[in-house]
Unconditional design. Structure first.
Length: 85
């Protein structure tokens, strides 16, 4: 008798999330949210993505601050990066 084994989809650590640039592509956002590529693009096309998206030509762009907010991560400095960073 075979069993189906479901593995958890790897997401991102808080440190990785905080290191993201201001805006990321949909694949990166999917990874942060623990979504597979197909499901993430399906949600985006349907207008049901967990965070607001911006369409950039044929691509989707996602603000990193909104990802952090959706995941309950507080971004130090309100998401602003210092000039020295």
């Amino acid at each position: 008798m075979s069993r189906n084994v479901v593995q958890a989809r790897p997401g991102m650590t808080i440190a990785q999330l905080l290191e993201l640039p201001t805006v990321v592509d949909l694949d990166t956002a999917n990874r942060a949210l623990g979504l597979g590529r197909t499901r993430g693009y399906e949600l985006a096309r349907q207008g049901d993505y967990p965070v607001p998206l911006r369409r950039d030509g044929r691509s989707y762009r996602v603000p990193s601050a909104l990802l952090a907010l959706e995941l309950g991560v507080i971004v130090p400095g309100g998401g602003r990066r210092s000039a020295a960073a």
